[in-house]
Design a protein around this ligand. Structure first.
Ligand code: 3H9
Length: 697
């Protein structure tokens, strides 16, 4: 018997137990162990009913994702679940935690399913660029009908035990929290009542009811909007449809073919890289696992603007009280009203009750004085980008805050060490860069200063997890990781328009790649004044920042979505960017002033200049140690800027494009376009000369 699966008998019940931490994934050892345990149960004359149950935090959470892309080892999962279903003794699955993917498929091959009420079930393969490949697309619709199966399989969303019961996925829900006891009790009932073997493959009433329905075509139409550019959601629909048009065994074959198509698609590689990357970033290079973490039970926030308010909501949402300080009562009132409005909107959508809205608002203390920060564990400054003001604020915080309080800045570009120098405790100063809208975007770029202590670094990473963000630790340098690369893309996007492209042409190339919005639509969302202010700040500091047509927009008060006009124009209440002839004239005028004769620019040039400039900068960021690993950059871009997860992030994408192709183009643009962004990164050159990739670092 394998170490990870055991068999024992309790009375008339033969119990098969999986114990393969952390999530009982169906690796080869588990699969072969399950097969052996099933055989033992079949042979055990005293076992009338068999029970499948898992140790640890969860039922089987799926196939072992780490095995994908490697040669398949016997027994395969589809063969295993068939053997389970064919058992001639009744088989009961007892579910706690999350029965996901291959885990739910294994449960569906059992004849009865019982779960504790906290359990969830789901087929999230689509989130990995796959489809359920062990009968999920054939068995689930036999229990739920077409529509619900399509919903679950194409979104990958989990369903709670009670809903799963109502849908027919489960046969019983137990209110206790002892899954073994619940499973044994249910199995005993099956034995006592002499319930028969009941195979899902043989249940056909829902299949007959939905046969020939147009639900599949309707669903494909919906997916064209919801899953634009994605491969596997459409294959999921094909596979589920096969359950309605083919006999079970044929349907299984069709599912297998479609599963293999997904397995071979590059999107699967990108999504699995994102899955592991999201988890890997929490392990910060050089930071010991057992580094002590400070307790953060209360938070102070400076600034009740869009950023400060959004940041406050993150903490309040997890029950951490927040004190927000502003300079003027009016600004404070306005900020709090916006937070309330956001919560009220969630309540209107049924996501919160009115009582929860009030509870959350009650956790916010508005204040006009820093003295109210005396007892807080963490302060986050979220005022606009001005070094002198930030230094003043940090000097004041140093006077007021208790020893051990963490002093963080939400700066998106400025030097954390310089900010820290305004205090006598630079070891407690750190960057916590949230992304707009701060209550929605999942990224938290935590910036270590040269003196930030390990304890503070570990604490801000833990805080990210606590407020359900993906924290990435990055080094201190202008724009850190995300904005530094974004600025390179921005510079190229601007030059492309100067040279003859339209903003909408540039944006379309980026949205075609899979970004939710292009560079210019994003400027409109963030506010044209933000970039303008940063450029002005740098000009004042003596940097040579050339004039641009964007400055003219800002000077005309076209600040983006908030003024219904920026690079694009907007209808009241709509976020849809509409090209504006006035802006085209303004750009033309600007070209004339600069003596530029516009030329036709291809989409390929836009793609290369926007993306390769970013990659070259990403390589420099790695060279300088601002990011520890390429995957840190990938996760920053996926969660902070909507980089399409199925492309795995910019550095993963670059590996697929070919680093030699990219280097070649970088050198071409150095010679034709010029500018420091086209000086090839030494790391990029080294990797190409050694025939290596970012993924090899
Ligand atoms: C599938 O089943 C295909 C079949 O249809 C057909 C096959 C033929 N494999 O997320 P956490 C690791 S596709 C390997 O931090 P949580 C994870 O990397 C699969 N490893 O915990 C992490 O490792 P580390 C369908 C896995 O409590 C650790 O477990 N299933 C797998 O926040 C803890 O994970 C899915 O897509 C796996 N399947 O969330 C489920 N899952 O500690 C994917 C997790 O070294 N998993 N790990 O960083 C999840 O959604 C969440 O992990 C889960 C737990 C909800 C289970």
């Amino acid at each position: 018997m394998s170490e990870v699966v055991s068999y024992n008998r309790e009375g008339k019940i033969g119990v098969i137990t999986v114990n393969y931490p952390p999530v009982n994934a169906l690796g080869q050892a588990v699969r072969s162990g399950l097969l052996a345990a099933l055989e033992q149960g079949q042979k055990d004359a005293d076992a009338k009913v068999l029970l499948l149950v898992c140790e640890g935090r969860t039922f089987i959470a799926g196939a072992d994702i780490r095995e994908f892309g490697k040669p398949m080892q016997e027994p395969t999962l589809p063969a295993l679940v068939n053997t389970f279903e064919n058992s001639d003794k009744p088989l009961v699955a007892a579910i706690h935690g999350t029965a996901l993917g291959g885990g739910l498929e294994t449960a569906l091959s059992c004849h009865y399913r019982v779960a504790v009420s906290s359990a969830k079930v789901g087929l999230p393969e689509v989130k990995l660029g796959l489809l359920p490949g062990a009968g999920g697309t054939q068995r689930l619709p036999r229990l739920t009908g077409a529509r619900k199966a399509l919903d679950m399989i194409t979104t990958g969303e989990f369903v709670g035990a009670r809903d799963a019961l109502a849908l027919g996925i489960l046969d019983a829900v137990d209110d206790g929290d002892d899954i073994r006891a619940a499973g044994l009790a249910y199995a005993q009932k099956v034995a006592d009542e002499g319930k028969p073997v009941r195979r899902v493959r043989d249940i056909t009433d829902k299949i007959e009811a939905d046969k020939g329905s147009d639900v599949f075509d309707q669903f494909r139409d919906e997916l064209k909007k919801r899953a634009r550019g994605l491969f596997s959601p459409f294959k999921c629909v094909d596979a589920v449809e096969a359950a309605f048009s083919l006999p079970f065994d044929e349907g299984m074959k069709r599912e297998r073919e479609l599963f293999m198509e997904c397995m071979e698609s590059p999107q699967r590689g990108g999504l699995i890289h994102s899955f592991f990357g999201e988890r890997e970033v929490s392990r910060v290079k050089g930071l010991a696992k057992d580094t002590p973490v400070r307790d953060v039970k209360s938070v102070g926030i400076i600034g009740a603007g869009t950023m400060g308010g959004g940041i406050a909501m993150n903490f309040v949402n997890v029950g951490i009280p927040v004190t927000i300080v502003e300079v003027k009562q009016e600004a404070l009132d306005k900020g709090l009203a916006i937070i309330r409005r956001n919560y009220e909107n969630s309540a209107k959508k049924g996501k919160l009750t009115q009582a929860q809205v009030e509870q959350r608002m009650a956790l916010i203390t508005p204040s006009l004085t820093y003295d109210d920060f005396r007892d807080v564990d963490l302060v986050i400054e979220a005022v606009f980008e001005n070094m002198a003001i930030k230094k003043e604020i940090f000097a004041r915080l140093d006077e007021v805050c208790k020893p051990g309080a963490i002093l963080a800045s939400n700066t998106s570009t400025l030097d954390i060490d310089e900010i820290a120098s305004a205090t006598k405790r630079p070891e407690d100063v750190v960057g916590m860069h949230f992304f707009s809208p701060a209550n929605v975007m999942k990224l938290l770029e935590n910036v270590r200063g040269s003196k930030t202590s390990d304890e503070v670094k570990a604490t801000v990473m833990a805080v990210a997890k606590k407020i359900r963000k993906v924290g990435v630790m990055v080094g201190n340098g202008y724009g850190f990781v995300g904005n530094r690369m974004l600025h390179k893309r921005g510079t190229e996007a601007m030059s492309l328009v100067d040279e003859g492209a339209t903003p909408q042409q540039v944006d379309k190339v980026l949205t075609d790649l899979g970004f939710p919005m292009g560079q210019f639509a994003m400027s409109d969302l963030a506010g044209i004044d933000v970039g303008y202010r940063i450029r002005e700040e740098r000009r004042k500091a003596g940097e040579d920042i050339p004039a641009s047509w964007m400055d003219k927009l800002a000077e005309q008060g076209r600040l983006g979505q908030k003024t219904l006009a920026g690079v694009y124009k907007y209808e009241e209440g709509s976020r849809k960017p509409v090209p504006d002839p006035k802006v085209e004239q303004l750009i033309e005028q600007f070209r004339k002033e600069q003596g530029i004769t516009p030329r036709a620019i291809t989409d390929q040039e836009i793609l290369e200049r926007c993306m390769y400039a970013m990659i070259n900068e990403g390589a420099r960021i790695l060279e300088e140690g601002i990011a520890d690993r390429p995957l840190d950059i990938d996760i920053v871009w996926i969660y902070g800027y909507g980089f399409p997860a199925h492309r795995g992030g910019p550095m993963f994408w670059a590996d697929q494009e070919g680093l030699d192709t990219i280097l070649c183009a970088v050198k071409k643009y150095r010679d034709t376009v010029g500018g420091e962004q086209w000086e090839p990164s030494a790391l990029l050159e080294k990797l190409v000369s050694e025939g290596r990739k970012f993924g090899d670092l």
